[in-house]
Design a protein around this ligand. Sequence first.
Ligand SMILES: *Cc1c(COP(=O)(O)O)cnc(C)c1O
Length: 370
Amino acid sequence: MTDDSTIPVRVRPEIAALPPYKQGKQADATAFKLSSNENPFEPLAGVLEAVQAATALNRYPDASAGRLRRRIAERFGVSDDAVHIGAGSVSILTQLVLATSGPGDEVIFAWRSFEAYPGLAIIAGATPVQIPLTDDFRHDLPAMAAAVTDRTRAIIVCSPNNPTGPIVTQAEFDEFVAAVPADILIILDEAYAEFVTDPDAVDGLRTLGTEGHPNVVALRTFSKAYGLAGLRVGYAIGHSRILDAARSTSIPLSVTAQAEVAALASLEVEDELLDRVRLIAERRDRALSGLRAAGWQVPDAQGNFLWLPTGAETLALAARFEEAGLIVRPFAGDGIRISIGEEDAVEKVLAIAASVVEDLPEGHAGRGLA
Ligand SMILES: *Cc1c(COP(=O)(O)O)cnc(C)c1O
């Protein structure tokens, strides 16, 4: 007797207008899941043991994940209170937006960028302000700075940009921070920082440490390079009072003891981590050259994913990858993001992509202008 087309209770209109969440396609056993930028490797050495040893499931976790907080503070040479741990860096993003931005306020970010950004602003009651990427799929930081109004409360910069791949340079970022009023929060989302090989890329920790910009908060995560996406743990580094404000909006005790010990164990084996990150970055560079050689116009890729600007053909072309056992992430009307996964998947991606590019019309953005 329920009518699924209407919500049976009064819901905030901006929330009711949001599209219901649809789970991405789950890969069947033979397909490669290249749709969520996950790490194809097993957990690092010692991680499973640490999780198993943290067995007090009848007890609440430590509210501040204090041991992990201390360890990250040591690792980056900051004080404990300059570190905040969250159940994934997306949860910290949510907290920072809630803490800074409400109805009538504006949250600026590049578009296309991380899918979660528009919803975060809307959930806070604020207005998302989307600044188009440049023609080479990079942040247009001067345009973002120019979009600041007296309603702006937060700006999100994503480097490398998910889903298109390029970084923001340190020089660009420094200039941007200098141009933005010092009382506006700048969130530097560095979810893929570990995969970056471009020496000119922004490093949030360098900005925080040497320049002393108290309005910049850097966000990092254990989900991607560290392969702990399923456990949900990420962190922010920034001014302690900004992080206190974020904490005030958080769902208490959402970082589990298992997530905390897994992150701690992962930090113990940095060499092993860097080996696999290097491997993924090398696969990425190989796949990027292969795609370009096949005639694709692919933007620079500094994360663990590549972007095919497939435009109007996106859904049809994503289906071609899927038929071949490659689950990719299509953004209708825009492009396809392909995560760098298993070695065998790289060859397969290149083979399908090479056959698909042939079918793009002359002058299509995916083939470049050449
Ligand atoms: C994956 C991702 C995150 C982090 O996700 P968590 O799993 O919540 O840590 C944050 N920002 C971007 C741009 C991402 O792609």
